[in-house]
Design a protein around this ligand. Structure first.
Ligand SMILES: O=C(O)c1ccccc1N[C@@H]1O[C@H](COP(=O)(O)O)[C@@H](O)[C@H]1O
Length: 502
């Protein structure tokens, strides 16, 4: 039975025959000269992907067989410029009309003003398409091993001779071998199976281990959230190729920078914070188990007081090494002290408890680096009544893609829950629920409150309030959150899809 890929390739061969017929009637067309000469490859596409950090190939795509309609894109150049200004390394331009709604005119329009390298994304089945891509101004073409099979090496060689980069796409180990043996310099692992359209980032993770050093590694498909892009970076990829999510993003620039790790983003809900970590080993354990955030307490009277800024730096470093962010939990420190601690200990967030810190919010906010999360604590009495509400000026300053409100009991760190049923949080901002959470009750809390994140301290200690975290309870808590039933009314964490948020 023929697959969608087979059908697309059959159609491509018809389109190619038509192109060749048109070219035969136009002997002075520059494509003839391109085909009959060789030129050095400037390797602009490859160089852009080799830049330090994660590169982003941003795609201009109107529709796809798997996603259906994605976006009208009336002005592909405007979108291309938005990508470029937002920090994209390269642009991928679909030129297949039937299945993806793209045309060569899109590429020609992009070439007018976009200066970053452009990939012509199409189903290459013939050399003439590569020559056409060069003529249209692209720096790279896509070669899909599932399409070209044993001819892949020949096409790679031809790209070398014609002077254009080739992104050689694979989906499994056998295709990867063909690409490597064919001397591909840039390999894209497509996490989407082009025959079934099933997408799984685990494919890219698995194949990353077999990608030889020196080859540029690109992860393609299935990047819906900055978290996915960071996952690919951790797996060893130099670049991600992102289409649908970027076309749909209200602010593609924010999304690109979040994927590149230049702007903070919020994890998929429910986010997990474990608070009161005082040693690097336990912080690393919490992060490895899946905590997104760890809290370092700077309240001198607390059993979880970290003791010194040096110690806080060690905890923060250990958490970061395992992919978690460390926040400072402050009660009465001045803005000067907080800024100093944040910079020294490389903290990624400040959690402002206590009247002194909350009153200084405006000054702290003005002086903190823009990448540091502001977490404003609202207190809730045992009957679920919000006793310290979010001041309107604070609400106006908090940024949805970066900051949180945190609802906690009136005695922070006491391990006492409040009445969740009677509690009415402000749902316009992403918020954490804290206060007496534990592995045993967190699923219930999630079901009743639907927070963006949960925060625990006493509930994962050897005995509540002792100040020493129990590694097994931390793991149980994270498991309980992950396996809690998703509720249709749950507050969605702002993702990056509408002004960087939804
Ligand atoms: O944990 C503390 O000692 C502490 C001290 C000062 C401010 C905040 C503190 N902890 C916060 O308490 C909640 C959760 O605590 P629990 O699970 O109810 O024990 C959390 O927000 C911590 O940040």
């Amino acid at each position: 039975m023929s697959t969608i890929l087979d059908k697309i390739c059959e159609r491509k061969r018809v389109e190619v025959a038509d192109l060749k017929r048109r070219l035969s009637q136009d002997p002075s067309h520059p494509i003839h000269a391109i085909l009959s000469s060789t030129r050095p490859n400037p390797r602009r596409f490859e160089a852009a992907l080799r830049a330090p950090g994660l590169s982003v190939i941003s795609e201009v795509k109107r529709k796809s067989p798997s996603a259906g309609s994605i976006g009208a894109i009336p002005d592909p150049l405007a979108l291309g410029k938005t990508y470029q200004d937002g920090g994209a390394s390269c642009i991928s331009c679909l030129t297949d009309y039937e299945a993806f709604g793209g045309t060569l005119d899109d590429l020609l329009a992009l070439r007018e003003e976009v200066t970053i390298p452009i990939l012509r994304k199409d189903f290459t089945v013939d050399l003439v398409q590569i020559a056409e891509a060069i003529w249209a101004g692209s720096s790279a073409v896509l070669l899909i091993v599932a399409v070209l099979k044993d001819e892949t090496a020949w096409f790679i060689q031809k790209c070398e001779e014609l002077g254009i980069d080739a992104l050689v796409e694979v989906h499994d180990e056998a295709e990867l071998r063909i690409a490597v043996e064919g001397k591909a310099r840039i390999i894209g692992v497509n996490s989407r199976n082009l025959k079934t359209f099933h997408t799984d980032l685990a494919v890219a993770e698995r194949l990353a281990k077999h990608l030889p050093d020196g080859i540029v590694k690109v992860a393609e498909s299935g990047i819906h959230h900055p978290e996915d892009a960071r996952r690919m970076y951790r797996a060893g990829y130099d670049a991600v190729l992102v289409g649908e999510s970027l076309v749909k993003a209200a602010d593609p620039g924010v999304f690109i920078q979040q994927m590149r790790g230049m702007l903070p983003f919020q994890p998929r809900p429910p986010a997990i914070k474990i608070c009161g970590l005082t040693d690097p080993h336990t912080a690393a354990h919490a992060a490895k188990a899946g905590a997104h955030f760890v809290g370092i307490v700077f309240a001198k009277g607390s059993k979880r007081f970290v003791g010194s800024v040096d110690r806080a730096s060690e905890v923060s470093k250990a958490a970061a090494a395992e992919g978690a962010e460390a926040w400072g939990v402050f009660t009465e420190q001045s803005a000067d002290e907080i800024i100093d601690i944040v910079n020294t200990a490389q903290l990624k967030g400040v959690q402002l408890h206590g009247d002194g810190c909350r009153a200084a919010f405006a000054e702290i906010d003005a002086r903190l680096p823009p990448t540091v999360r502001r977490v404003y604590v609202c207190s809730v009495s045992e009957d679920g009544h919000v006793s310290h509400e979010l001041p309107p000026a604070v609400k106006a300053s908090l940024q949805k893609h970066r900051d949180y409100v945190l609802y906690d009991g009136v005695r922070p760190g006491a391990g006492t829950p409040f009445e969740w049923e009677l509690f009415h949080p402000d749902r316009e901002l992403p918020f954490f629920l804290a206060g007496g959470l534990a592995p045993e009750n967190v699923a219930e809390a999630l079901a009743q409150v639907h927070p963006t994140g949960v925060d625990v301290s006493s509930g994962v200690e050897e005995t509540p309030g002792c100040g020493r975290k129990d590694p097994a309870r931390m793991v149980s808590f994270i498991e309980a959150v992950r396996t809690a039933k998703a509720s249709p009314t749950a507050v969605q964490a702002p993702t990056v899809c509408a002004n960087g948020l939804t």
